[in-house]
Design a protein around this ligand. Structure first.
Ligand SMILES: Nc1nc2c(c(=O)[nH]1)N[C@H]1C(S)=C(S)[C@@H](COP(=O)(O)OP(=O)(O)OC[C@H]3O[C@@H](n4cnc5c(=O)[nH]c(N)nc54)[C@H](O)[C@@H]3O)O[C@H]1N2
Ligand SMILES: Nc1nc2c(c(=O)[nH]1)N[C@H]1C(S)=C(S)[C@@H](COP(=O)(O)OP(=O)(O)OC[C@H]3O[C@@H](n4cnc5c(=O)[nH]c(N)nc54)[C@H](O)[C@@H]3O)O[C@H]1N2
Ligand code: SF4
Ligand SMILES: [Mo]
Length: 678
């Protein structure tokens, strides 16, 4: 039997585990973890182990489809591309919007970004990051000057304290969870803060179970305790930060005393005191994810975490730092590549005249590029579409499923219905394809070369292992063909991923020193890597921050109680999250695993007892303006007064229940009541 082992990365989460696709006769038949990877060290989680299964699914898209008389019918690539070019010619730049994809490579995202700005001449380009964790990293730039994880995953093996808040890493980023467990075995102290007692919190040395939405209060309370005891790192504060005096003034407010914080968060006073002591020790890493970022005031949460690490000087050295865990495999890369309304690659702002000229000159579109103004975020695109103003008319979606991933599914469906022309490019016929005028079949991770950038800024190579199904093509190739049909062949001249990467490196300071030869290692390289001899950067800010004066900035966060409060009628706080079995909207994972189960709502046993609810009972969860039904799961793992439901099961419209009706955004948690259905 002739087996080939082709190195690539896992297509699911942002951890960036390396694996080999096992190939027989051009077909992927399994995976093997990479033993040489410094990230996963020869292990994969169950999702990684089954990641090859959807590749050979009979449901893969194999031919372009065009809507004729209301039905999508297979056509040739020539016909599909000509139709798109003809329709796209029709619209003005301001009438286009584009969704790019964290499931595709850096190169595909770069080409989509160039297409949006250079061919369609619009800055209305975005991706699902904003539906996921609108601001998981941006607020870090306010404090440090750069929006990214500050340290590295392997650092977990040298940290003395690990603090996880608002992340269920053992389930959602299992190979990071593994590093935490190993660190604990080695002697590190592990603290977990979450409203639920999750998988991740189970083995913690100190578990801080607090009321959903009170993060700033808890963190401010911990910082006041550090200051009260003089545990702050005075040398670090003096040499490397500014804004401390004002920060201290606010944090010392009696509202953040241990007793006040304990009363409002539900965390016992001695737990807050112990957490403060442990977090003030040298070599502490903070990890957070969407529990922190999906709340209305997520920037304040993240500023508070930044304040904590500045206060204790736990940043800029191995074994320290702030590690936001990013969701999808290449969400960091999609952001780095400028698949966002505000940036070209490397967070170079579109509204900066110098940057705008740099890209205009480099790309050489004879008729220029999109103007130097920021475009619409995905939520603004959807709102504009739904308004019926006719301002946006055509949309090009690559590797996203907004019909299921939008907070409000009916809202998303109504928005897409208001389009005149929709192109969807995917590996499966997802729910969004139902609204498309043209559906284009793309290759999946196993069938392409390219690179991805993981949550720790690690750029890793993908290698083509298998033959694409039917006529499926690389995402960038499809985009380049459409560009050529619109008269821009010269601006999309590449014949390989390698050539695209060279162009990316030439325009992106963080990637400037990289090429495919340098990336051809199991370690990949971590950006910034500005020159061909630069070794890459496992730790940011070793001697200065990326702010103008090189100092880290204290940004005190004042706690405000959630906009919508509980009362006797709506006494619970309802919050959501995910579970280990499923992946986001389920397109890929629901194709590989069949767990058979469906959604449920978790309720504390005391609350359940009072309401006469038992595990398995059908219940109705009601907020002030929405409701859904589910099956109850009675548990002691959730605090009294909190309800939790996983968000993968579209059957239940879970995410609509946490939508803030004023802002239209995810509110993180909302007041609710629960009733047994009789
Ligand atoms: N109901 C529900 N909604 C959610 C969430 C949830 O858990 N449940 N989670 C939220 C979060 S955190 C996020 S990040 C977003 C995610 O939102 P989406 O990105 O819209 O959701 P995914 O399910 O990841 O869909 C990605 C799409 O990419 C396709 N795809 C995969 N690989 C490729 C490729 O190589 N090329 C192309 N062209 N397509 C590809 C998949 O088939 C799928 O259709 O959703 C948010 N909304
Ligand atoms: N199995 C699996 N893994 C995944 C995914 C998947 O769909 N399935 N999706 C990937 C994606 S796209 C993403 S974005 C990541 C998400 O990774 P995580 O953010 O770890 O995912 P969740 O399980 O939603 O975790 C959120 C945690 O926040 C807690 N929480 C709820 N309310 C609050 C609050 O008010 N404050 C705080 N501090 N915490 C709160 C919840 O109890 C939960 O434990 O996972 C990635 N990994
Ligand atoms: S931890 Fe994430 S990247 Fe690693 S194998 Fe699991 S899903 Fe894949
Ligand atoms: Mo996400």
């Amino acid at each position: 039997m002739d087996l080939k082992y082709v190195p690539t990365t896992c297509p699911y989460c942002g951890t960036g585990c390396s694996l080999y696709l096992v190939v027989r006769d051009g077909r992927v038949v399994g995976v093997a973890p990479s033993t040489r990877s410094p990230v996963n060290e020869g292990k994969l989680c169950p999702r990684g182990m089954s990641s090859w299964k959807f590749i050979n699914s009979p449901d893969r898209l194999t031919r372009p489809l065009i809507r004729k008389d209301g039905t999508l019918v297979p056509v040739s690539w020539t016909e599909a591309v000509l139709l798109i070019a003809e329709r796209f010619r029709h619209y003005r730049p301001s009438e286009f919007c584009v969704l790019s994809s964290p499931r595709t490579s850096n190169e595909d995202n770069y080409v989509m970004m160039k297409f949006a700005r250079g061919v369609l001449k619009t800055n209305h380009i975005d991706h699902c990051e904003r539906l996921c964790h609108a601001s998981i990293v941006e607020p870090l730039a306010d404090s440090f000057g750069c929006q990214a994880m500050t340290g590295s995953i392997p650092d977990l093996s040298t940290a003395r304290t690990i603090f996880v808040i608002g992340s269920n890493a053992f389930a959602q980023h299992p190979l990071i969870g593994r590093r935490i467990a190993l660190a604990q075995k080695r002697g590190a102290t592990y603290i977990c803060a979450d409203p639920r007692r999750t998988f991740t919190g189970e083995g913690a040395d100190l578990s801080l179970q607090f009321h959903a939405g009170t993060d700033v209060l808890l963190l401010n309370g911990i910082m006041q305790e550090i200051l009260q005891n003089g545990w702050e790192n005075t040398a670090f504060i003096a040499e490397r930060t500014r804004g401390f005096a004002e920060f201290k003034n606010i944090i010392m407010d009696p509202a953040y005393s241990v007793s006040a914080v304990s009363a409002a968060t539900g965390v016992p006073e001695d737990h807050i005191r112990r957490a403060a002591f442990l977090l003030a020790q040298p070599d502490c890493i903070v990890i957070y994810s969407t529990g922190i970022t999906k709340q209305g005031d997520s920037a304040a949460n993240i500023h508070s975490i930044a304040n904590l690490q500045l206060l204790t000087g736990n940043i800029g050295r191995p074994g320290t730092g702030i590690n936001p865990l990013r969701g999808q495999n290449n969400i960091q890369g999609a952001c780095d590549m400028g698949a966002q309304p505000f940036y070209f690659t490397g967070y170079q702002r579109v509204d900066d005249a110098v940057v705008h000229k740099k890209f205009t000159d480099a790309w050489q579109f004879p008729d220029g590029i999109a103007p130097a103004i920021c475009g619409y975020e995905i939520t603004e695109m959807m709102d504009t579409l739904i308004s019926g103003s006719g301002e946006l008319k055509a949309m090009y979606i690559m590797g996203e499923n907004p019909v299921l991933s939008d907070l409000d599914i009916n809202h998303a469906k109504a928005a897409l219905t208001n389009l005149e022309f929709l192109v969807v490019q995917d590996i499966f016929f997802n729910e969004t394809c139902e609204f498309a005028d043209v559906v284009l079949p793309a290759v999946c991770f196993a069938e392409r070369d390219g690179t991805q950038t993981s949550t720790e800024r690690r750029i890793q190579r993908w290698h083509r292992a298998a033959t694409p199904p039917g006529e499926a093509k690389a995402d960038w190739r499809i985009i380049a063909d459409i560009a050529a049909a619109l008269g821009y062949a010269d601006q999309f001249p590449w014949s390989s991923y390698d050539e695209i990467f060279t162009e990316i490196a030439s325009l992106t300071p963080q990637y400037a020193g990289l090429d495919y030869d340098r990336l051809e290692t199991p370690d990949g390289m971590q950006w910034p890597c500005p020159t061909a001899v630069h070794p890459g950067t496992p730790h940011l800010y070793t001697d200065r921050f990326a702010t103008a004066d090189g100092l880290g900035i204290f940004l005190p966060a004042v706690w405000h109680s959630p906009r919508e409060t509980t009362d006797t009628e709506y006494p619970f706080r309802f919050t959501t999250g995910r579970c280990i079995f499923h992946w986001d909207t389920g397109t890929m994972a629901r194709k590989s695993t069949s767990t058979g189960e469906s959604g449920w709502v978790e309720i504390n046993s005391t609350d359940a007892g009072r309401l006469g609810i038992e595990s398995g009972d059908p219940v109705r969860i009601i907020t002030r303006d929405s409701a859904t039904s589910a099956v109850a799961r009675v548990t002691t793992e959730i605090l009294p007064g909190t309800l939790f439901m996983p968000s993968h099961y579209v059957e239940f419209e879970t995410r609509e229940l946490v939508q803030n009706t004023v802002t239209g955004r995810d509110a993180g948690s909302r007041p609710a009541k629960i009733e047994k259905i009789r």
